[in-house]
Design a protein around this ligand. Sequence first.
Ligand code: GLU
Length: 384
Amino acid sequence: MVSKRLQEIPASGTIAISNLVSQMKSEGVDIVSFSMGEPDFTTPDNIIEACCDSLRSGYTHYTPSLGIPELRKAVADVSRKESGIPCDQSNVLITPCKQAIFLTALAYIDPGDEVILSDPSWVSYEACIRLAGGVPVYVPTYFEDKFVLDPAKVEAAITPRTRMIILNTPSNPTGCVIPRAVLKQIADIAMTHGIKVLADEIYSAIVYEGEHVSISAFPGMFENTITVSGLSKSYAMTGWRLGWAIAPAEDIKAINKLQSHSISCAVSFVQKAAVEALTGQQQSRADMIKEFRRRRDIVMDLVEEIRGFECNVPDGAFYVFPKYNRDIPSAKLAEILLREGHVAVTPGTAFGPHGEGFFRISYAASEEQIREGMARIKKVVSGL
Ligand code: GLU
């Protein structure tokens, strides 16, 4: 029998669908997959070369658990320059972004502590909170508000047990980018009540409209925030598992204690490649982001052609989150689309109860796949 802790959480909805898609593809089924938040591009050449060089030069051993100094410095430099986070390398721990979230939850949540997060939001926050013994407190966000979190609702959800607020801007699954003024209000609330913020900024480079704002950059907030991010989405490096946490040095020390007892350190030669990713040419990243924007516009046109579908134009990330008017649970709709249309999407309820009536399309796929997949969705739903 597995632990009670584990019994209480479901497996990751996004990973479960992706596993199923891989299995169906290996059985020869022609699937169009919009399920996984994963760029279809290959990692840029300069990064691959840096990795190969590092391997060939024997860079195959453990590194310090915090990460190699040149990468910690590169992360701090980029985060200061691009996001205004007032950090230096002593504030950086190198670890996969998901691991950073998991370790942060373990480091700061005690049994019974409440953690505020928006509904819908990415699938694994709730699992991390629960594994740490905490209680997720969902604050609904609404289609009509472009899914922007309402600071008044955040404040109303605070109790004496509230320990943390999780923010994710740009958002997975809605593509919502929280405006500066709203984020400032949330920062003020967090500081007034002495609540830590976990800011997941993995999509920070992928913003089409408006601006990405790091909550940690507001005066007084650096001391109160753990910012996590990584290379997966903006450098097409999902399989490399490389990210980081940025926080005051004492928080980094606490999280590093867990790192030392779990993965020891991030992969050595990947860390070398990551230095190249952050300090080498940035044209490939800019080109990929430009292409995501073009695909967003294509997918939006195609969604709007489907009768009964409504969708906000997402300002960032690479997801659209359409609302549909059929009287079918979103999990069922996703199942029908996969079974009958051979197109994989993620049901809205994978992201929280308020995701019912929606589903997520990841458009980090080729234009051809987008057109084919959307035609399949249109065909299946026209019969429902
Ligand atoms: N974050 C991506 C997604 O939402 C990858 C899978 C995962 O980590 O959940 O699809």
